[in-house]
Design a protein around this ligand. Sequence first.
Ligand SMILES: Nc1ncnc2c1ncn2[C@@H]1O[C@H](COP(=O)(O)OP(=O)(O)O)[C@@H](O)[C@H]1O
Ligand SMILES: [Mg+2]
Length: 315
Amino acid sequence: MKQSTEVFASEIGKIGIFLGGRSQERAVSLRSGNAIYRALANAGFHVSKIDTSNGFLKTLKSKDIDFGFPALHGTGGEDGALQRILDRHRIPYVGSGVRASWNAFNKWNAKKRFVRLGIPTPEFRLVTRRNFKRLLQTCPPPYVLKPLTQGSSIDVVMIHTAREGQAHLRKLLHKYSKVLMEQKIVGRELTVAILGKRALPVIEIKSKRQFYDYRAKYEKGFTDYLVPAPLPPALTKQVKWIALRVHRCLGLRDFSRVDMIVDPSGRPYVLEVNSIPGFTETSLLPKAADSAGLNFTDLCVYLLKTAYERTQKKF
Ligand SMILES: Nc1ncnc2c1ncn2[C@@H]1O[C@H](COP(=O)(O)OP(=O)(O)O)[C@@H](O)[C@H]1O
Ligand SMILES: [Mg+2]
C-alpha cells in the first residue's frame, strides 16, 4: 500500500488544495482544506495550499500545480466558478465540473430537476421582491425560508407564524434578490454521502437545537450523529438509492452528500445536495467513510485516485 501510494504521489505531481475564499463559509473551508492538506502531506504527496480570497489566479500560475483539490464551500468554489478557471487552465481536479456544480449549488435549479425526475423534495416557491406579499397571503406557515445559493444553514429560518414570515422575508429580500420558501418537513434528518459510484452508510443527525443550524453543525455538543443510521433495511436501501439518483441526475462526480428528512410515515424528502461537502476530520462525509472502513487519509487518497483515473481516461 505504502509503495503504491509513493508511486501514485510521484505520478500525480503537485497538488493544489483550494481553500478559504470569500464566501460566508470561509472559516469552514479553511478547516476542510487544512485537514486535507495535513492528511495528504503526511501520506507523502506534494501539496500546497491556495487561498482563493486574493489574486489567486496569479498564484495559480506561479505555483504551477498539476492537479486541483477544491476544498471550498459556498460561492466561488462550490458553485462552479473555480472549476471554470481550472478548466480554462487545463488543470484536472477532484470533484464535479462547472455545470453540475452550479446546478447542485443553486437550490432552485436542483429542486426543479428533482421534481422533473420524480425525486421527492418538499414543496417550494420562489419568493422575489415582487411576489412576496401575495405569497405571504397564500402560503400559511409553517414553512422554511432559505437563500438559493448559500450553505452551512446560513440564513435558513423556520417560520411558524405569519408575523415571523413577514419580518424574515423582508430581511432576507434585503440581502438576497430571491429566496426559497419551502414546506417544513417534521421528521428524522438523514444525510447520505456518495463516494465514487456508491452510497456510504447513512448518517442520522439528531440536533439538540431547533434544527440543524450553524451552531449545531460546527460547535461541539449540540448534535448527536448515528452511523449507520438505525433505520429499517428497506428505508436504508431506499434513501441510498435516492441519493445515488440525485448524484447521477445532476451529473456530479467523485463525491457529494445528499441531505434528507424522512417524515413519520417513512417518506423521504431531499432537501439539497452538496457538491463539496464539509471535509474536516469530524465532518459528515469523512464520518460515513470511516464507518465504511476508510480513514480520513484513505478517503483523501481514494478521491485523488478516482479523479486522476477519470481524467486520464478523458485526456
Ligand atoms: N424543508 C425543511 N423542513 C425542515 N427542516 C429543514 C427544511 N429545509 C432545511 N431544513 C433544516 O435546515 C438545515 C439546512 O438546510 P439545507 O437545505 O440543508 O441548507 P444548507 O445548504 O444551509 O445546509 C437542514 O439541515 C435542516 O435541519
Ligand atoms: Mg444541508
